[in-house]
Design a binder for this molecule. Structure first.
Ligand code: SAH
Length: 235
């Protein structure tokens, strides 16, 4: 698992720096590095950071980009400006979700480098980074607010570290019972024979997408079995 470090190059607005600190705390990234900030970490900055003032207190400031990045193993430049030809290597970017998946497997200190609110990153800075990442945005207005860009990148990396529960709760027995009941229901209501096979597949696919919990399954089965017994008794 990599250790992520957020590097802000010459940020101009202290509110943005505070908002970045807050997002860092939201997504469990603690190290903030500032390159020649053009704003003081003032009251507005601390106000925007909310519960993440500790990140501002421990932020480290460097006079140059080279100094700030010298102990980092891998550098990730970010920009909304990408190449229109494959041969312009400097601006060949990869999409954020692809990058997040790839970097999760790497160890070491990874610097996530964000540029100035007005000029972004200079070409010389992008040139020494290992990769350029773009967050997909509108062609008409691709450039995000600095703190929003940081938030989206950290969110995507966080999701890779916390993939969530993927286990389906219904086992083979429950699944077979469910589809058995559904088939019985179709028979009982004298559903047209030529449509039966397709409708059963449709229901199987619907349930496959829905991934019901065990609780939902039992509730639904209760309704199905009551329906069936009512229908049968009426015959
Ligand atoms: N006009 C500048 C705006 C910079 S916005 C430019 O287009 O470069 C400030 C920073 O936010 C950028 O330097 C970059 O680090 C980040 N950023 C903004 N939009 C982004 C996007 N769509 N993809 C990746 N990074 C983005």
């Amino acid at each position: 698992m990599p250790e992520f470090v957020v590097v802000l190059v010459e940020p101009k607005y202290s509110g943005n720096v505070g908002a970045v600190a807050r997002s860092m705390m939201n997504f469990d990234v603690r190290r903030l590095v500032l390159v020649k900030p053009a704003c003081p970490l003032d009251q507005a900055c601390y106000a925007r950071a909310m519960h993440a003032t500790g990140i501002l207190d421990s932020a480290v400031t460097f006079p140059t980009f080279a100094d700030a990045t010298k102990d980092l193993d891998f550098l990730v430049a970010t920009s909304s400006v990408e190449a229109h030809t494959e041969k312009y290597y400097l601006r060949n970017s990869i999409a954020l979700d692809k990058f997040a998946g790839d970097i999760a497997k790497v160890d070491g200190k990874v610097g996530l480098v964000f540029g100035r609110e007005d000029y972004g990153l200079f070409n010389e800075e992008i040139a020494v980074c290992d990769i350029l990442v773009k967050i997909p945005t509108s062609d008409e207005y691709p450039s995000l607010n600095l703190s929003h860009a940081v938030t989206l990148v950290l969110y995507e990396l966080y999701k890779e570290r916390h993939p969530g529960r993927k286990q389906r709760e219904l086992g083979r027995v429950e699944n077979d019972t469910l589809h058995g009941f559904f088939a019985e229901l179709l028979d009982t209501i004298e559903y047209p024979a030529h449509k039966k096979a397709q409708t059963k597949i449709m229901f199987r696919r619907m349930m496959g997408r829905a991934m019901p919990s065990l609780w939902e399954y039992h509730t639904f089965m209760g309704v199905l079995s009551k329906t069936l017994s009512r229908l049968k008794n009426k015959k």
